[in-house]
Design a protein around this ligand. Sequence first.
Ligand code: P1T
Length: 399
Amino acid sequence: MAHSHDRGVRFDTQVIHAGQHLEPVTGAVMPPIFTSSTYAQESPGRHTGFEYSRSHNPTRYALERMVARLEGSAIEEKTDPSCGGFAFASGLAAIGTCLELLDAGDHMIAMDDLYGGTNRLFSRVRERSQGLKVSYIDLTRADRVAQAMTPKTKLVWVETPTNPTLKLADLGAIAKAARAVNPRVLLGCDNTFASPYNQRPLEHGFDIVMHSSTKYLGGHSDVVGGLLATGDPDLAQRLRFLQNAVGAVMGPFDAYLTLRGVKTLAVRMERHNESALRIARFLAEHPLVDAVIYPFLESHPQHDLAKRQMRGGGGMISMHVRGGLDDSRRFLERLRIFALAESLGGVESLAEHPAIMTHASVPADQRATLGISDTFVRLSVGIEDADDLIDDLDRALRG
Ligand code: P1T
């Protein structure tokens, strides 16, 4: 009862079917949640291919195959049960496992604007525990990657759009420039903000895509998780080894919930893209807003790249509220539909203050360079009626 529409269909069909099979006994269209931690063997070493649930779990595989396909991996299920997809307990666990590809003392290049927790993992954990040397570079100019590379550079890590200043990295140009210096350097992209609906880094020559599936892939703010995907069979084997050896795997209940969320990714992203663009345009004209950052606004410094690299601008908007800290604080307190909360990418709209909340762990001088000031506010536009969201923002700004 194979039922796998992996390739040869459009993305909006893939999000429902890619890497999925009808369950062979009952024909169930969703995979069962396999909770068993272990699997019985006929004779020592003679088994179904499933030994222990950290290493092999059918529910997790179903999600992993889905995300691998959405990101464009062509690895066959015959050769790799999860087709180059790997699910972890959180986004940071996924990034942490990626860093295990590096050796002690290696050098890596990271985009200068990153989720605060990613910055903290690099600079306050792995620089100490693994001796990694990290150069934080503004990769909005792709040629800077070649200048920053040394013979010890093993990994280039970008977010695009970045969290929270929504800067873009030209993935194709970075891949070309980095590979010209060292064809073997690993290229990783945190694709959390765009989601595979809007952007697929493997198609631009990147090796690894990472997601905090807590965000758009899960889509309902009810499950924490992380994902990696690669289309390179050798890299997939190394990641499979590390996923099992380090052990920060996603549990089967979370894999089920995340897969359930992914099925509506296309319809949700269409609405996120449409509403966020409308709201960004509204805010750009608002007298109590000093600046709006959104990749699909003509005023974004990399608008042309956004149009080339992304199907839509996504649901994230950043802005500077007019005034000072008291004004941004009052604006956030007054919102009624937007919840004042960390995280993003769910069906419900959220707003937050990066300097005090998600990016408090970024050193103050780095924050200042990036423009994450006291008046800087980040919005995650949900899929409510956009007119209600506009009314909410307008009322909260006017006070
Ligand atoms: O929270 P976790 O699932 O571990 O994912 C970390 C992470 C990684 N990458 C990006 C781009 C992220 O945005 C995040 C998590 N971010 C938030 C919680 C936030 O509010 O920005």
